[in-house]
Design a protein around this ligand. Structure first.
Ligand code: APR
Ligand code: PHB
Length: 394
């Protein structure tokens, strides 16, 4: 039987953006409903990136969902960039006002946010997919449950947090939305392996392509290599992956890589994408629903969190005293941070990857840029400031 639910905010999507928005709104005493098309198990086991900016981990901690992250997350003071035999260390506390980043998997953040909400007795409607949105003066979301029955949520506002393939962005008329986009001619082939990691987060450029060493915990390594867009996972058995990975790192790192069976292997294309504005009537977009960054700067999750930080503050001011100034500014404010991250991840992607049309000139320019990073503390500070995370605006 179809039912109609009435609430203050309808949130579509239980990824990091939707879950964190729900968590923050719930703390302000705002009523909400979250719809998620997938199962709990699916969203909790989806492997994604794992570097939390300083401000992201602070926000999780300050709002009571940072306990497991504090215990299990790994605080990192920096990253390393390697370019053939050249090495640059970006030391965050030294180059910023004492900031660090925390290595903690996105799906762990998702698990913690789900557990926190369910512990309050409030539900998440899993396996309920939004199918139509009305963002007008009487906003509503029509959704279909696992049994195929359709229901309606009526709300004052809608949070479109349903990721890149969701329905929220597509419910905005094409003539209203401006799209800015860059597709890159390669992807990342990533593996997770229960082996001791090399320890640091290391980005390497090599003439055979980019490689990244990362980790989740002292016995869980995460590695990526740049691959062609036509790459098939079946063509990359573990041995071939490890051989290629080691070739792309300088010897001192290659020797430290401990190989073993992979427990996850996946390919993701790289893309930069921004849809503007983030508001249409009473629908507000946040996270991947509105923008995508290539994973090179580890910004995707952090942007989802900063968007919803701005959005919850705006909604809280509306419901507390009818003050809509933050709501009016939400799109501009969130987009400033989005574009900063777009620029940073585009720049780092260009610096570290081999493009099919890179000629000798392009390669020399990148080498010179690397030398600049090596020699100049100011250049390294630019990387540190953005990697560790720009502050939220007041
Ligand atoms: N109805 C309900 N839920 C939906 C619908 C729909 N029609 N369409 C998609 N969803 C759900 C997806 O199943 C997913 O769980 O919305 C959620 C969106 O979550 P994410 O894709 O994780 O996006 P977001 O929360 O914005 O987080 C961004 O995720 O993709 C990574 O690198 C990205 O780290 C970044 C982060
Ligand atoms: C990861 O650990 O998965 C990771 C780390 C850094 C990135 C991207 C992904 O830039």
């Amino acid at each position: 039987m179809s039912e109609t639910i009435r609430t203050q905010v309808a949130i579509i999507g239980a990824g990091p953006a939707g879950l964190m928005l729900a968590h923050l709104l719930q703390r302000s005493g705002i009523e909400l409903v979250i719809l998620e098309s997938r199962s709990r198990d699916y969203v909790e086991s989806r492997v994604r990136a794992g570097v939390l900016e300083h401000g992201t981990s602070e926000l999780l901690r300050e709002t009571g969902v940072g306990e497991r992250m504090r215990r299990e997350g790994l605080v990192h003071r920096g990253i390393a960039l390697r370019f053939n035999d050249r090495s640059v260390r970006i030391d965050f506390p030294d180059l910023t006002d004492g900031k660090t980043v925390t290595v903690y998997g996105q799906q762990e953040v998702v698990k913690d946010l789900i557990a926190a909400r369910l512990a309050t007795g409030a539900p998440i409607l899993f396996e309920c997919a939004a199918v139509a949105i009305d963002a007008g003066d009487e906003p509503s979301v029509r959704y279909r449950d696992a049994g195929g029955a359709e229901h309606v949520v009526r709300a004052d506002f809608i949070g479109g947090c349903d990721g890149f393939h969701g329905v929220s962005r597509h419910s905005i008329p094409k003539e209203t939305l401006k799209i800015f986009e860059r597709a890159y001619p390669f992807g990342w082939l990533g593996i997770m392996s229960e082996t001791p990691p090399v320890g640091d987060v290391i980005y390497a450029r090599h003439e055979r392509g980019f490689a990244l060493a990362s980790l989740r915990n002292p016995n869980l390594s995460r590695y990526y290599i740049q691959c062609g867009l036509d790459t098939e996972i079946a063509d990359w058995p573990d041995d071939r992956f490890w051989d290629e990975l080691k070739r792309r790192f300088p010897d001192d790192i290659g020797r430290k890589i401990v190989t073993g069976p992979s427990i996850e292997k996946s390919i993701a294309p790289l893309r930069s994408f921004v849809a503007e504005p983030l508001r249409y009537g009473r629908l507000f977009l946040a996270g991947d629903a509105a923008h995508i960054v290539p994973p090179t700067g580890a910004k995707g999750l952090n942007l989802a969190i900063s968007d919803v930080f701005y959005l919850q503050r705006a909604l809280a001011a509306h419901f507390a005293n009818g003050d809509d100034r933050y709501l009016e500014r939400y799109s501009d404010m969130a987009l400033r941070r989005v574009w900063a991250a777009e620029r940073f991840s585009w720049w780092l992607t260009k610096l570290l990857h081999v493009f099919p049309d890179d000629d000798a000139f392009e390669t020399r320019i990148k080498l010179s840029e690397f030398d600049h990073l090596h020699r100049s503390k100011h250049a390294r500070a630019m990387v540190a400031e953005q990697y560790a995370g720009l502050p939220f605006e007041d």
